[in-house]
Design a protein around this ligand. Sequence first.
Ligand SMILES: NC(=O)c1ccc[n+]([C@@H]2O[C@H](COP(=O)([O-])OP(=O)(O)OC[C@H]3O[C@@H](n4cnc5c(N)ncnc54)[C@H](OP(=O)(O)O)[C@@H]3O)[C@@H](O)[C@H]2O)c1
Length: 371
Amino acid sequence: MSDRGAANRESIALAMTDFLVKRDDLRECRIAESEVAELEPGQALLRVDRFGLTANNVTYAVFGEAMSYWDFFPAEDGWGRVPMWGFAEVEQSEAEGVAPGVRLYGYLPPSSYLVVSPAHADEHGFVDAAAHRAALPSTYQRYTRTDGDPFYRADTEEIQMLLRPLFFTSFLIDDQLDDEGFATRGPIMISSASSKTAIGAAFLLSQRAGVELVGLTSPQNAEFVNGLGIYGRVVTYDRIDSLERGPATFVDVAGDGEVRFAVHSHFGDQLGYSMTVGAAHWEELGAGEGELPGPSPVFFFAPDRVVKRSEDWGGPGLQSQVADAWHPFCEWTGGWLEVVRGQGFEAVQSAYLAALEGRVHPQTAHVLSLR
Ligand SMILES: NC(=O)c1ccc[n+]([C@@H]2O[C@H](COP(=O)([O-])OP(=O)(O)OC[C@H]3O[C@@H](n4cnc5c(N)ncnc54)[C@H](OP(=O)(O)O)[C@@H]3O)[C@@H](O)[C@H]2O)c1
């Protein structure tokens, strides 16, 4: 055992706080308190500093079972820890190449601490090789050191934890539509146009020559979406039939069955491509069922596209392209995004329930801490 390890064992037990959600009733939350377990050789203890919370995290809970999101950060039977993106600091380490004090960006539980089993540690960070995460997508396993990260700037940490994972998806949507020739084959309609993921995609697509963007949104968010100035036209969900028929592409971030049905029925076979990105309207997933006219929707899963573009461009090549696109977006968003900060169980619960129930104004987003 190293001297540092011996010192760790003598230290006072650290309090572990977890924000838990009932898996079969996502509106039920509670706090769990325990002691942080002693580190084993090869492990490190991360102190979770802060994390962002948007509809994306709600989708992790909605698809917790189906897409194994509950498996990243196990909890007691029947309960789950909703994964978040945020910053953490290495508090203790028994792992080679991972020193206490290092600040990291990555996939974190809504907890005060996280024990990881670092592998492939270098000056850029490490991956968590814990056995229970081995079968899960690699995109979620990486912890990036802030001191070697092309995305990082200390003064934009809040925007990074809120928007960086979403912008990665936005980048990949823009890239795929361009790559497959859909960017200029008639208008691109994006549902939940007020969501951060849609905004990122629209921000990038709007910079391409010849792209026509239609933002589909709820009546209460139409003014906000219009004000962004990145969609050529904003249409509310109840006015989809006012759109001119012709070749078009659908990027579905809402996942609302009725909206999907309305778009497919209106455009029929002239809809060239229907990309299913999200489920922001998670309680309306099954609505509007019946024979769907037009093309079969294709599920867009960012981690799969990351694998493809990493093969095409190399991992660092992909990261540097996304980072180059990120900085102007980060600057633009900083001009209008209002960050709502909260600390402790009550604040996390209230922000989580507001996101779950779609009560968060799109101009705002939550940055939280359980510490
Ligand atoms: N496939 C992938 O790989 C991938 C990757 C990242 C994100 N996503 C998905 O993209 C979606 C958007 O995530 P985000 O974090 O960008 O969202 P966000 O910014 O938090 O989105 C907020 C917007 O979503 C709609 N909304 C949210 N909750 C709602 C509710 N309960 N009822 C009705 N509308 C609701 C509203 O938009 P409108 O009024 O405009 O409808 C709201 O303004 C999520 O479903 C997420 O999982 C998918």
